[in-house]
Design a protein around this ligand. Structure first.
Ligand SMILES: *Cc1c(COP(=O)(O)O)cnc(C)c1O
Length: 415
């Protein structure tokens, strides 16, 4: 019999054989446009720290004051004795920022998706996902036990077809009572004898950088009586008059039942959130297992996230956002892209072959430029790509260096 480690080594060899082996890269500096790694200073085009806040003195001071006043750890889950002032202040700030009745913070965006979706849906229900939604939403959908349907990426016709199917199924099953489970008790609502349908999308897609047609999606979910959840992970802090996200930019925030996001990308801190009605938040406090059965986030993270929310709403926050869009515009014109109606800071450069994508990334690293190769399972097989992200902390010269480097690598990028 093979030993445990031998089995795992075999599996790793198989992953390596497909060009899909991943390894951690140790970074010896704070997050920023320049990072230290492997003794090299790399110009970093891989971060989600879009506004350059992760290492900003404003956030660092906030985090330090959080430690000084509330310690290093929260000591317990929120519902025991870990619900500290910084968590409550963060949630009040989040609700104000997002313009919703209430908000709830989680320890990560991943935990947010899993907690919220599994609380809201059970095996009587249907969840309809965009083909390209983030892994945390896919995992949440599976774990919820709801029936999963996937619609073609950003395709409203296909979404409508799935919504029609869901409504037909509801009629056929009628007011069926759920088969009672003899398995271990779950803190979910008792069966309502009514099927619920939840549509989930990202607003700005994490690996493709494109935008979801939120207005059309809102119209469809209203037509078919479904609920809508929008993950604003890559949009919070960047879009809309108050930087609330793409839903604000498109004027539909008030029609989305569940708005989700992370505090770890443009907001530069750590954690995730749901914003919505008071009823939604009270319900999640009672039923979101990733919220209930987990130690509350460290106070420093909550205080830093609140500082970031203040920052993005300030005049200085607006300047950062404008700087980001200026850099994005510079990059787009250098690579001959017509600027889309809604700008975005994520640029996938499709390569296809996994090994070639990894090679291209290595060639860029030789020029001290860090652009990650994104491969399966983050994207589909044969859809490997370089993923460039720009931030407000990049200089105009940084963008020029990137363009020169990309032009020097054989990835069909030439301009
Ligand atoms: C990063 C990301 C998440 C997860 O958020 P974390 O706070 O990093 O756990 C969720 N959804 C999308 C679309 C993301 O890109």
């Amino acid at each position: 019999m093979l030993s445990f480690d031998a089995v795992l080594r075999q599996r790793l060899d198989a992953i390596r054989g497909r060009g899909l082996l991943r390894e951690l890269r140790r970074v010896d500096s704070p997050q920023g446009p320049r990072i230290q790694a492997g003794g090299q200073t790399l110009l970093n085009f891989s971060s989600n720290d879009y506004l350059g806040l992760a290492n900003d003195p404003w956030l660092k001071e906030a985090a330090i004051s959080g430690v000084e006043k509330f310690g290093a750890g929260a000591g317990a889950s929120r519902l025991i004795c870990g619900s500290l002032t910084p968590h409550h202040e963060l949630e009040e700030a989040l609700a104000g920022f997002k313009g919703t009745e209430a908000a709830l913070s989680f320890s990560s965006g991943y935990a947010t998706a899993v907690g919220a979706i599994c609380a809201l849906l059970g095996r009587d229900d249907i969840i309809i996902l965009d083909k390209l939604v983030h892994a945390c939403i896919v995992d949440a959908a599976r774990l919820s036990g709801a029936k999963i349907r996937v619609f073609a990426h950003n395709d409203l016709d296909d979404l409508e077809a799935k919504l029609k199917w869901a409504n037909r199924r509801d009629e056929q099953c009628g007011s069926r009572t759920s088969t009672t489970l003899a398995s271990k008790p779950r803190i979910t609502r008792p069966s309502e004898g009514k099927q619920r349908t939840l549509v989930v999308t990202e607003s700005i897609f994490s690996m493709d950088g494109d935008t979801a047609p939120l207005r059309g999606m809102v119209a469809l979910k209203e037509k078919y009586g479904a609920w809508l959840m929008v993950d604003e992970a890559h949009a919070t802090g960047l879009y809309g008059k108050h930087r609330r996200g793409l839903a604000e930019e498109l004027g539909v925030s008030g029609q989305i039942e569940i708005q989700m996001g992370t505090l770890g990308k443009a907001l530069g801190a750590s954690g995730g959130y749901i914003s919505g009605s008071r009823a939604l938040i009270d319900f999640l406090v009672n039923c979101a297992r990733s919220f209930i059965f987990s130690t509350a986030p460290v106070p420093a993270a909550a205080v830093a996230a609140r500082a970031a929310i203040e920052f993005v709403q300030s005049a200085e926050g607006e300047i950062r956002r404008k700087t980001l869009w200026t850099r994005v515009g510079q990059f787009q014109s250098a690579i001959g892209h017509r600027p889309p109606p809604i700008p975005g800071a994520i640029f996938p450069i499709l390569i296809g072959d996994e090994a070639r994508a990894v090679e291209a990334a290595a060639e860029l690293r030789e020029q001290n430029i860090f652009v990650p190769a994104i491969r399966y399972p983050t994207v589909a097989r044969g859809q490997a790509r370089l993923r460039v992200t720009l931030t407000a902390a990049h200089s105009s010269e940084d963008i020029s260096r990137l363009v020169r480097a990309l032009n020097s690598v054989d990835i069909g990028f030439r301009r």
